[in-house]
Structure formats: structure tokens, C-alpha cells
Design a binder for this molecule. Structure first.
Ligand SMILES: [Zn+2]
Length: 268
């Protein structure tokens, strides 16, 4: 399996980062895309990705941090982004997107569009965060036009119909820990509507711990990916082996740099 969206640089992992990645590897997670949140932590993201076998990274500006950043800081970060991506060997732009509850959506939209420009000019895929802002996100993506390297909508929380809209725009759909909850009706409906060749899995760890009632766990970790896989397999009525194989192939296709990381590792 490949965890296509995880925050391994999160401070909650500082004490046991290596041990928990080894635990994930032992649980069958062979690779991961480490997705950054804010420009102030880009350097740390890169450092963590380099220190863990099979892990590659993405750089971007998370929509939730946009309201707290002033225009100058954002401008400076966005103008550095292409060089930082290239120099650090990033394999994607992210995470970027729109987050309804965070507010300031006009600025979020501008920051997203600038990151789409970067993704297009460098031919990199995106890891897209959209929460309670699907109508606006779809409008932005349609107006922007095709992304040469596509990408994925991470931790998808919308309806089956919205999933189809994103797929028409060339994006894959990734499911996270929320599909393991006892009340996960809508994401499971969406998970059934996504064809096998467009579906990805992720943990978004440390956020979104898995489990029927996740309130008793503070922190998710990449080893939980097998729970996401089995919830998804159950919903779709396929065996876990088939789904693991398909989602791994998809991850290597959508985030091509992950395939290279796997090759490098299997050669020693
Ligand atoms: Zn995330």
C-alpha cells in the first residue's frame, strides 16, 4: 500500500517518527507522500521526507493557513515555490485547495490559482484539499483548464456526484480515516461510485484517526492505512488484495515520483 497524503513532519511525531514509520512499513505501507502545510515548515518537510525510506514530499500552502498569513508573506512564498519544489526534488504541489470554515475564501482562491499555475508550469500533480467548498473548487478548476499532471482530491468528503465532477477534470479521489467511522454513509457512497482505476487511499495522519469511534484516539499514524483499505474493500465488496494492488498502481501513476522512490528502495 501507499499512503498518498500524510503529515509525517507533524510535531506530534517528533518523539517516535522513525519507529512509527517502521511500524507502517511492517504493516505493508511501502511508500508515502508527505504533504506540507505552511512555507515556514517547508524545510522541515523536506528533511523528514529525506530521512524516511520510501517517502517523497510535496510543497504548498494549505488553505487553512492562508487567513493567518499577510499578502507579502504569501507573495514571497509563492514566488519561491517553483524553485523550492525543483531544488528539493518534490514530486507534487500540496497541499493546496479551499477550506470553507476557515473563511477568507477570496484570498484562498487566489493562492490556489497561483499554485495551480506552478503545478502546470512544472508538470507536477496536486494534492488538493477541499472541505465545504466543492462548488467553488470545481468552478476554479474548470476555469483554470487541464492540469498536465492531474492530481488527487485528498480525504474526499463529498457526494458521489461531486466525485464524478472531479474525475471529469482528471483528478483521482483519495479516501482517508473518516470512511472507517460508524457514521460514514456519504463518503462510503462516494467510495462505491469511484472506478477502481481512480481511487486512492491515505491516512492524513496525525489527523483523522481511524476507528468506528475515533474520539478515543488523539493521533492517527500511517500504519492505520490497512483499516482505511479494509473499510473501502468492505464498502465496495472487493477483496483487500485486489484493492491494495489497484490503489498502489494508481498512486504510482498519479504521483509518478512515488514509483521512482519504490524502484530506488527495491534496488537497495
Ligand atoms: Zn492534509
Amino acid at each position: 500500500m501507499i499512503d498518498t497524503h500524510v503529515h509525517l513532519d507533524d510535531p506530534s511525531f517528533d518523539a517516535d517518527r522513525e519507529a512509527l514509520w517502521l511500524r507502517a512499513r511492517a504493516a505493508g505501507v511501502r511508500g508515502a507522500l508527505l504533504v506540507s502545510v505552511a512555507p515556514s515548515t517547508w524545510a522541515g518537510t523536506v528533511e523528514v521526507a529525506r530521512s524516511l525510506e520510501g517517502v517523497r514530499h510535496a510543497l504548498g500552502i494549505h488553505p487553512q493557513v492562508v487567513p493567518d498569513m499577510d499578502d507579502d508573506t504569501i507573495d514571497r512564498a509563492l514566488s519561491l515555490l517553483p524553485d523550492e519544489l525543483t531544488r528539493s526534488g518534490a514530486i507534487a504541489v500540496g497541499e493546496c485547495g479551499l477550506d470553507g470554515p476557515s473563511g477568507d475564501l477570496d484570498r484562498q482562491r487566489k493562492v490556489l490559482c497561483r499554485q495551480l499555475d506552478v503545478a502546470r508550469s512544472l508538470s507536477l500533480p496536486i494534492s488538493l484539499h477541499v472541505y465545504k467548498a466543492h462548488a467553488m473548487a470545481l468552478e476554479v478548476l474548470r476555469a483554470f483548464g487541464p492540469l498536465p499532471a492531474g492530481g488527487a482530491v485528498h480525504s474526499f468528503s463529498g457526494s458521489a456526484e461531486i466525485a464524478r465532477d472531479y474525475m471529469r477534470l482528471g483528478l483521482a479521489i483519495a479516501f482517508a480515516g473518516s470512511i472507517t467511522r460508524s457514521n460514514a454513509r456519504r463518503p462510503l457512497d462516494a467510495a462505491r461510485a469511484v472506478p477502481l482505476d481512480a481511487i486512492l487511499i491515505e491516512t492524513d495522519a496525525p489527523f483523522q484517526p481511524t476507528g468506528a469511534d475515533a474520539r478515543d484516539r488523539k493521533r492517527g499514524e500511517p500504519a492505520d492505512l490497512s483499516e482505511v483499505l479494509s473499510a473501502l474493500a468492505g464498502a465496495r465488496g472487493v477483496d483487500e488484495q485486489t484493492l491494495a494492488h489497484a490503489t498502489t498502481e494508481n498512486a504510482r501513476r498519479v504521483f509518478a515520483g512515488l514509483a521512482a522512490a519504490q524502484g530506488k528502495n527495491s534496488n537497495g
